[in-house]
Design a protein around this ligand. Structure first.
Ligand SMILES: Nc1ncnc2c1ncn2[C@@H]1O[C@H](COP(=O)(O)OP(=O)(O)OP(=O)(O)O)[C@@H](O)[C@H]1O
Ligand SMILES: [Mg+2]
Length: 267
């Protein structure tokens, strides 16, 4: 079943056209990896999908519902964007954990605030009418997520007490806490020492096995080939080639994909 549809996304910064009309769709449980040279627009695409940038043209649909339409300003109110963001989780290259909070609080914070607001306004959050009950459920879920990423024992630690790989795994648990339909990663291992990338990639692989829908911007070509259903090769703000890993990586049709991959193979 199609969960995401992206239609003709165009994004410029001033006169610089960064995304020149991006179209693709993604089915539930599928993993899409986005590869491409530096500056090709990969991060900008993820930021548009997470409503951190506003495209000048195009539409974004999740589960058939139009979340963004460049023509429809009513869909771009702050309140609408806040709700739209809940469909996506984003894990950054630099983890971006809150340094002043424990691991556990990093994972529970966003949902706790959300639950508090809901209960205050609507008297109900997921069937909980008392904040105390909602917090208990949020806490329990955080423990499960931390267990999933292998860090339950570090619940009460602070980010500065963790390795980069551990911090990134907390960031993954935090992104999952809001139960996004689509989890996005922007080069989740490129800020890590090589010996720490394995533990993060392993967690992502496990998420794939559990049927999570994911979009992964990565330079880890081998990993992308193994974990992805589809690979998108971006070049100069367009999708130059897209298809199964066996096509795009093993047997690229596009000259620029071939050139990009051969640079990788030389390393
Ligand atoms: N806020 C911004 N203002 C102006 N230009 C921007 C902005 N964000 C991105 N760009 C430009 O858009 C282009 C694409 O950037 P983007 O970060 O999306 O590339 P990328 O594919 O993620 O590259 P990398 O592999 O290095 O992370 C670059 O030329 C960049 O300078
Ligand atoms: Mg980038």
């Amino acid at each position: 079943m199609e969960v995401l549809r992206v239609e003709n996304i165009q994004k410029s910064f001033g006169k610089t056209e960064v995304l020149k009309g991006i179209d693709f769709s993604l089915n539930e449980g599928e993993v899409l990896s986005v590869i491409g040279s530096s500056g090709s627009g990969k991060t900008t695409l993820l930021r548009c999908l997470n409503f951190l940038e506003t495209p000048q043209k195009g539409r974004i649909l999740v589960g058939g519902k139009v979340l963004f339409d460049a023509e429809d300003k009513a869909k771009q109110s702050d309140a609408a964007i806040r709700l739209n963001r809940l469909h996506f989780g984003l894990v950054f290259q630099q983890f971006n954990l809150f340094p002043q909070y424990t691991v556990k609080k990093n994972v529970t914070l966003a949902e706790s605030l959300f639950a508090k607001e809901k209960i205050k306004k609507e008297g109900n959050y997921k069937g909980y009418t008392h904040l105390r009950e909602a917090y208990a459920a949020i806490d329990e879920k955080a423990d499960k997520l931390l267990e999933e990423v292998g860090l339950l024992a570090k619940s009460e630690s602070y980010p500065c007490e963790l390795s980069g790989g551990q911090q990134q795994r907390v960031a993954i648990a935090r992104a999952l806490a809001m139960e996004p339909q689509i989890l996005c990663f922007d080069e989740p291992t490129s800020a890590l020492d090589p010996e720490l990338t394995g533990e993060v990639l392993r967690v992502i692989r496990e998420l794939k096995e559990k049927g999570r829908t994911m979009i992964i911007v990565t330079h880890e070509i081998e990993f992308a080939r193994d974990v992805s259903d589809t690979i998108m090769f971006m070049d100069g703000g367009v999708v130059a080639e897209m298809g199964a890993p066996s096509q795009v990586i093993e047997n690229p049709q596009n000259e620029r994909t071939r050139a990009f991959l051969s640079r990788f193979n030389e390393r």
